[in-house]
Design a protein around this ligand. Structure first.
Ligand code: LAN
Length: 729
């Protein structure tokens, strides 16, 4: 087996390696694709100087100017953009780290190991640095995300990564992490996806897993259980997992693997009763326990798994279907795949199915780089191949509201943004899109890049709004034709759910009870799409921005769809006036959207009970210092949880919400704006505070660009409503 010679697993060092020379790193961007390069020769260094944004992202000092002291909100917004515009990359977008989840690097590095693909040295040492920096200070373990408590999932998997990358079992960090893992009971109680990765690495036995039957792919789409009806991320993860599981693919145990087996468990590996591990999940990890019906079905499927593979013709057939779906996903996304989890899994499948010399294998290796991000703590794997479109369209809209777009000095930057939006809009439906259960994508905008190419409802709407805001500026070319704007609207009009709301990538396809079969244990609400106030608002306001410039196109439908969307927003407001947010933290984020929805049809504090209650909820959460701050616990628990410190990002969300709703009192808003201004540095920058984003209720993810886009936006809107008056000395 290749892995026996896996280079870094043999290093086995008790010392931490020396890390890279940060002055040699460069970010390359091409149509939004972000890849970091470590330059080796002095010649290269000369030809490719380090940019300001390289330095900023790497956390190394760079020259930045002290700006005139801002006294009014627009002066502060202007300083903010003075700083931020220097970070715009040459293809027109804003890059940034998109880390947070701590279960992404393991899938990738375990696949490097199994496939015997050497990890480039600069990447190897910088991942080590990242994981050492991100270990929890008190116990040396890792959680499901960077701010989470240590769990078996985070600790066991990242432990394996560091061992693969060359740290010895008696390296101090490994001793500490192992102690934590053992204190949590060892790796037997790792959640399902962890069980999968450890089994794929021959460090767990397949009998310890609940079945992942690829046969589901043979079901007709009429049946709810057909994966084509699940949330797209979930089906795309279980697709390749099913293939590996069904064939029980794993490497021959090497000496290294045998050692890991000793390190990961509190009892001898050979003595573990694997069949009783299927439902053994550590308490520190468990977010969503299995339902009884899930346990029953898993039990039944375990019997099915006893049929010998050779005699199971249905399985053979299902594996063929699976391979075809994987092929389509790889080709349609240029081997990026929808996200980092299926990226690693598909690569592993390709290794077993087509072999290491195949085109597919090579393409996968090439595009791994798109997910890797070099930050001040080392190298991480991003939650997608970036958040390019999303961040870029927000700053366009923020600049529009803060009247920065009109400033002649910023014209080149605005033009660059528009060029990027143009480039990023998806120009096609993928071939045979129905066969691979994809939604239409011609005219849509994705979250990251055109190559990734997945329609997202709110990204499409935000892309549309950004484009409209820029194209109406004097002197700006109309890079995106009317027809292409209509294409975007056409996509949006296909995406409304029966409840009037909008989901993320597709319409809701499956019934809600599918959630009873959620096998992930660590994530909530992942089996189907759901309507979200955030996505619904984005679509609603996107449609109304379009209506303002093309009042005649599909007018009646747009109005009907908007009316129903609004009803959804009203219906989902809670008793206390709040809305629950699903994609950033949390109630302040959802309030910004929902109150925006209401405002878009003229419902404000004064004339609408919904808007008034929404405002009152926010005001009741304002902190002493005038800011707002929520912790990620809000997302986990569904109850507003105050952060000990106000956060500029939450504060900006709340300001935007209250201003949209025409909250009649100025003082709370003035104080909030002052807080944002006081947190601004002399060079216009805002510093990173707590993590901003979330998915699946339980995993947090970083949106470092929000501290620029939403602050500038809030300052701009405040000036529009209350005038650009002096706020501080
Ligand atoms: C994202 C990021 C963007 C996000 C918004 C556009 C903000 C949202 O409004 C709609 C949903 C979407 C597109 C979204 C969905 C889930 C993603 C892709 C992520 C949170 C980024 C990472 C996450 C993905 C599922 C991570 C991989 C983990 C698995 C559980 C498969």
């Amino acid at each position: 087996v290749q892995s026996e010679k896996f280079p870094s697993a043999l290093i086995n060092s008790v010392e931490t390696p020396s890390f890279t020379d940060l002055s040699r790193w460069r970010l390359k961007v091409e149509h939004g694709a972000q890849t970091w390069h470590y330059l080796q020769s002095d010649e290269e260094l000369k030809q490719w100087p380090q940019t300001r944004w390289d330095k900023y992202f790497l956390g190394v000092p760079f020259d930045s100017q002290k700006l005139p002291h801002p006294k009014t909100p627009l002066e502060s917004a202007r300083n903010g953009f003075e700083f931020y515009k220097e970070l715009q990359t040459e293809d027109g977008h804003w890059a940034g780290e998109y880390g947070g989840p701590m279960f992404l690097i393991p899938g990738l590095i375990i696949t490097y190991y199994i496939t015997g693909t050497p990890v480039p040295e600069s990447m190897r040492v910088e991942i080590i640095r990242y994981l050492l920096n991100r270990a929890n200070k008190d116990d040396g373990g890792w959680g499901i995300h960077i701010e989470g408590i240590s769990t078996v999932f985070g600790t066991a998997l990242n432990y394996v990564v560091l061992r693969i990358l060359g740290l010895a079992a008696d390296h101090p960090a490994m001793i500490k992490a192992r102690a934590k893992l053992h204190q949590l009971g060892g790796a037997t109680a790792i959640p399902a996806w962890g069980k999968f990765w450890l089994s794929a690495m021959s460090c767990y036995e397949w009998e310890g897993l609940n079945p992942v039957p690829p046969e589901l792919w043979a079901l007709p789409q009429m049946l709810p259980l057909c994966p084509g009806n699940w949330w797209v991320h979930t089906r795309m993860v279980y697709l390749p997992m099913g293939y590996i599981y069904a064939r029980r693919l794993n490497p021959e145990p090497t000496d290294f693997i045998l050692q890991l087996r000793e390190e990961l468990y509190t009892e001898p590996y050979d003595g573990i009763h694997w069949d009783s591990q299927r439902n053994n999940i550590s308490e520190a990890d468990l977010f969503l326990p299995h339902t009884k019906i899930m346990d029953f079905l898993n039990g039944a499927l375990t019997y099915y798994e006893m049929i010998p593979a050779k005699m199971n013709y249905l399985r053979q057939y299902a594996l063929d279907l699976t391979i075809e779906q994987i092929r389509m996903e790889d080709e349609n996304t240029f081997f990026l795949d929808i996200g980092p989890v299926n990226k690693a899994l598909n690569w592993l499948v390709v290794f077993y199915h087509y072999g290491k010399d195949s085109r597919e294998f090579r393409e996968h290796v090439k595009r791994n780089a798109d997910f890797m991000w070099m930050g001040p703590e080392g190298m991480m794997m991003n939650g997608t191949n970036g958040s390019q479109l999303w961040d870029t369209t927000f700053i366009a809209q923020a600049c529009s509201e803060a009247r920065l777009v009109e400033h002649p000095a910023y014209q080149p930057s605005m033009l660059k943004i528009l060029e990027f939006l143009e480039d990023c809009q998806i120009k096609r439906n993928v071939p045979d899109y129905k066969k691979c259960y994809r939604h239409v994508s011609k005219g849509a905008w994705p979250f990251s890049t055109r190559d990734q190419g997945y329609t997202v409802s709110d990204c499409t709407a935000e892309g549309l709004k950004g484009t409209i805001a820029l194209q109406k500026l004097k002197g700006m070319p109309k890079l995106i034709s009317q027809e292409r704007l209509r294409d975007a609207v056409d996509v949006l009009l296909t995406m409304q759910n029966a409840d009037g709301g909008f989901a993320s990538y597709e319409c809701i396809r499956g019934p809600k009870w599918l959630e009873w079969l959620n096998p992930a244990e660590v994530f909530g609400d992942i089996m189907t799409e759901y309507s979200y106030p955030e996505c619904t608002t984005a679509v609603l306001t996107g449609l109304s921005a379009f209506k303002a410039i093309h009042p005649d196109y599909r007018r009646a439908e747009i109005e009907r769809v908007s009316g129903r969307a609004l009803q959804y927003i009203k219906r989902t407001q809670r008793e206390d006036g709040s809305w629950f947010g699903s994609w950033a933290i949390c109630f302040t984020y959802a309030a910004m959207f929902s109150l925006g929805s209401l405002a878009s049809i003229g419902e404000y504090y004064e004339n609408s009970d919904h808007a008034r209650r929404g405002c009152e909820f926010l005001i009741s959460k304002q902190k002493e210092d005038g800011g707002w701050g929520e912790t990620y616990k809000s997302c986990e628990t569904g109850v507003y949880v105050q952060h000990e410190k106000s956060q500029v990002v939450n504060t900006a969300f709340a300001i935007l919400a209250l201003l949209d709703a025409k909250y009649p009192h100025q003082e709370p808003l003035r104080r909030a704006v002052k807080l944002i201004m006081d947190r601004q540095q002399e060079n216009g920058e805002w510093l990173q505070e707590s993590i901003e984003g979330v998915f699946n209720k339980n995993c947090m993810i970083s949106y470092p660009n929000y501290k620029f886009s939403f602050t500038i936006w809030a300052l701009g809107r405040y000036a529009t409503v209350w005038g650009d008056k002096q706020i501080r000395n």
